[in-house]
Design a protein around this ligand. Structure first.
Ligand code: BTN
Length: 243
C-alpha cells in the first residue's frame, strides 16, 4: 500500500480523483493532496480541507470479496489510523462508531469508505481519510466539534510521518484481515471505541433510538439494546453519547 502515489497540490476531492483512477490503478495506490476545494464527508456533508495543515488522502484497494464486506474496511482503517496517530504523534484517539476518531470528544479524523462493485464482487474500494493535524484554529461552525493534533498536543507533527504510519498499519491490518479474518481487528476496534457499553443516542434516517451499545458484529453493524431489552442492528447513524 502506498507504493504508487498520486500527489496533487490542489484537488476538488482526493476521493473523487481516486474514483476516477480506480479502474486503471494498481491496488494500494494512494491519492493525496495538500488542499481540497470540495472535500466531502459522509452523507454528502462538506469536509473542511485547508492547505498544508491536514492529511487529505484516499487509498484504492481491490480485495476479492463481495460488496457486503465493505463496511468492515471502515473499521479496519479506524484501527490502523488510531494506532498510526499513537505511534507517530504519541497521543491516543478514541473511535466513535462508525468512522470518527476523537480527541477530548472532538473530531480529528473522518473515514469515508466507498465502493465500485458488481452485484457479487468488489471492483475497487476507496478509503478516504481526512485528518486535522496542524490547524491552529477552525472556522466558527466547526470550533466546538473539530480539533487538531496540534491543538491537543501543543506541537506540530510532521504529516509525512503520520502518512507513513497509516500506510504501514493499513497494510498490516489488510493482510491480517485477508489471512485471518476480522477477529483481531474487531477486538482492537472494540477496545479503542468510546461508545461500547455506554448509553448512546443513534439518529438514523428512519428515526432516533436510545440505548446501550453492546458491540459490533463481524459485519461492522452496531448492536444497540433499547430500554425494553430489544436489540437493534444499526447500519448507519450519527451517534451521540447519552449523558
Ligand atoms: C466523515 O467523517 O464524514 C468522512 C470524512 C472523509 C474526508 C476525507 S478527506 C480525503 C477524502 N476526500 C474527500 O473528499 N473526503 C475524504
Amino acid at each position: 500500500i502506498g507504493k504508487r502515489i498520486v500527489f496533487k497540490e490542489s484537488v476538488e476531492s482526493t476521493q473523487k480523483e481516486a474514483h476516477r483512477l480506480a479502474e486503471e490503478a494498481a491496488e494500494g495506490t494512494l491519492v493525496i493532496a495538500e488542499e481540497q476545494t470540495a472535500g466531502r464527508g459522509r452523507m454528502t456533508r462538506p469536509w473542511h480541507s485547508p492547505k498544508y495543515t491536514g492529511i487529505w488522502m484516499s487509498v484504492i484497494l481491490k480485495p476479492n470479496l463481495p460488496p457486503f464486506k465493505a463496511p468492515q474496511f471502515t473499521l479496519i482503517t479506524a484501527v490502523a489510523v488510531t494506532e498510526a496517530i499513537r505511534d507517530a504523534a504519541g497521543i491516543m484517539p478514541e473511535i466513535k462508531w462508525p468512522n470518527d476518531l476523537l480527541l477530548n470528544g472532538k473530531k480529528i479524523t473522518g473515514i469515508l469508505t466507498e465502493l465500485q462493485a458488481d452485484s457479487d464482487q468488489i471492483r475497487s474500494i476507496i478509503i478516504g481519510i481526512g485528518m486535522n493535524v496542524n490547524q491552529r484554529e477552525f472556522p466558527e461552525e466547526l470550533a466546538n466539534i473539530a480539533t487538531s493534533i496540534f491543538i491537543e498536543k501543543g506541537e506540530t507533527v510532521p504529516r509525512a510521518k503520520i502518512v507513513q504510519a497509516i500506510m504501514k498499519n493499513l497494510e498490516i491490518y489488510y493482510d491480517e484481515y485477508m489471512t485471518n479474518g476480522f477477529g483481531l481487528i474487531k477486538e482492537k476496534w472494540e477496545s479503542y471505541a468510546i461508545s461500547i457499553g455506554r448509553h448512546i443516542i443513534a439518529r438514523t434516517v428512519t428515526g432516533t433510538i436510545r440505548g446501550r451499545a453492546l458491540g459490533i458484529t463481524d459485519e461492522g453493524v452496531l448492536k444497540l439494546e433499547d430500554e425494553n431489552g430489544v436489540i437493534h442492528d444499526i447500519y448507519s447513524a450519527d451517534i451521540e453519547i447519552d449523558q
